[in-house]
Design a protein. Structure first.
Length: 259
């Protein structure tokens, strides 16, 4: 008697809806609404039986074929305006590419209590690639309905798909994750910045008086959070105005240093 087939926690359409909701949320902050790209009704055309034979489970292929995508306008992957998490950018899964979709498989640890290496199961695939220490690599396990997050050279954990992306949205809302045009994504827990003081105000002059040429000091981070909130973060963020001001300040900082 054949083994009973496991039933996925979420359907393919439910997984796509969770991702679309998250992408749409990001377009109210640092991403542009036109960056969202929806698959055609029949799915991304490269996901043919010939291309996908033996690659992943039928259900994983169905999910990949129908996932919405968030394109990037950033000039390179180190620009936080093209990232979805700290030092992390989406894999372009719109065009089937085995090498791209398995590029970080070596980071998969499977059962974290086991000392044995475990291959990425056929119902999980790379979703976002982290880079450098602390960068976040994300796998989607579509059968279990989970996100598996690997912090490069650090820890790893898994969490329910919906809970994970809701938690990530909350980190953005609280400015625990901070996008900055032309600069790396800032993550408060990785930066070592202490808690905000009630009534604290950081002036532009204080920021410009710093001798550190690189953007991302504790003072820079506190000023950026203050500025973004002044421009309506998170519920009515005036992105273009805020980014224009922060870009101008970064240029002033560099000019004063080089001068």
């Amino acid at each position: 008697m054949p083994e009973e087939e496991e039933i996925p926690v979420y359907s393919a359409s439910e997984i796509a809806a969770v991702l679309l909701d998250f992408f749409t949320f990001l377009t109210t902050l640092h991403r542009h609404p036109d960056d969202i790209v929806m698959p055609p009704p029949e799915g991304w055309p490269s996901y043919t039986p010939e291309n996908c034979a033996g690659f992943k489970s039928d259900f994983a292929i169905e999910v990949l074929r129908n996932l919405p995508y968030l394109d990037s306008r950033a000039s390179d992957h180190s620009d936080s305006l093209g990232q979805i998490h700290y030092k992390s950018h989406l894999v372009d899964y719109t065009t089937f590419d085995v090498e791209l979709l398995t590029d970080h498989d070596y980071l998969w640890v499977g059962d974290q209590d086991s000392e044995e290496e475990e291959a990425v199961p056929d119902h999980a695939f790379l979703f976002a690639k982290g880079f450098e220490s602390g960068g976040r690599t994300l796998f989607l396990d579509v059968l279990e309905g989970k996100v598996f997050e690997v912090e490069i050279r650090c820890d790893a954990f898994d969490e329910d798909l919906e809970d994970y992306f809701e938690g990530l949205k909350e980190k953005y809302r609280n400015l625990e994750i901070i996008p900055c045009p032309g600069e790396e994504m800032i993550e408060i827990s990785a930066s070592g910045v202490g808690p905000e003081m009630p009534g604290e105000v950081v002036s532009e002059e204080e920021v410009l008086m710093q001798t550190d040429q690189l953007w991302g000091t504790h003072l820079d981070i506190r000023y950026t959070r203050q500025l973004y909130r002044a421009y309506g973060w998170p519920n009515a963020f005036r992105r273009d105005e805020a980014f224009r001001e922060i870009r101008g300040l970064i240029e002033k900082r560099k000019a004063s240093y080089n001068g």
